[in-house]
Design a protein around this ligand. Structure first.
Ligand code: SAM
Length: 160
């Protein structure tokens, strides 16, 4: 499983997502341009020292990401508020690439069209969207539930 953030623009969300990826042993990808530098203090505060424990792959552009995907393989699974398929109906595979849009604008149409699957987390009518970090947590929860036992025997109690 890989998590990909498309041009993220809120550093706290990205730090939180990277911490989640570190804890769940999932590789994280960022498609640039992000709306902040990796030296951003809000980003580093949210990610804390977990940022040293996660594999982060940065792609300079959408085209660079697509070139990487052509080499690496795996289905591109876009999470979008405009999708029709509920995320619980998808059969996840280990090598799925889970893609999440930027906080301000989601993803452009060419990115939507490039996705192999488009999934929605159904929410109450009248609500616009979930926070992207919450979306990643819910998506990974389901994807990893289906594809592996989530650190069942080696789980740590952890501390902050
Ligand atoms: C704050 S939302 C973006 C809202 C943006 N105005 C739009 O229309 O896409 C940021 C990202 O979180 C994910 N997301 C948020 N709520 C979601 C939902 N209910 N189902 C699927 N993805 C969701 C999507 O990847 C989205 O691009």
């Amino acid at each position: 499983m890989r998590v990909v953030l498309f041009q993220p623009d809120i550093p706290q969300n990205t730090g939180t997502i990277l911490r989640l990826c570190a804890c769940l042993g999932v590789e994280a990808h960022i498609i640039e341009p992000a709306g902040f530098p990796i030296s951003d203090r809000h980003f580093r505060r949210a990610g804390m020292d977990y940022l040293d424990q996660v594999t982060i792959v940065r792609h300079d552009s959408w085209a660079a990401f697509e070139a990487w995907r052509a080499r690496s393989g795996g289905r591109l699974v876009l999470f979008s508020t405009k999708a029709a398929t509920p995320y619980l109906d998808h059969i996840y595979r280990d090598d799925d690439i889970l893609l999440f849009g930027r906080e301000s604008a989601g993803v452009p149409d060419d990115v939507v069209n490039a996705a192999d699957e488009r999934l929605v987390i159904p929410i109450a009518s009248g609500m616009r969207s979930l926070n992207v970090a919450m979306t990643v947590a819910m998506a990974l929860g389901e994807a990893l539930r289906q594809t592996r036992s989530v650190f069942s025997s080696e789980v740590g109690t952890g501390s902050r």
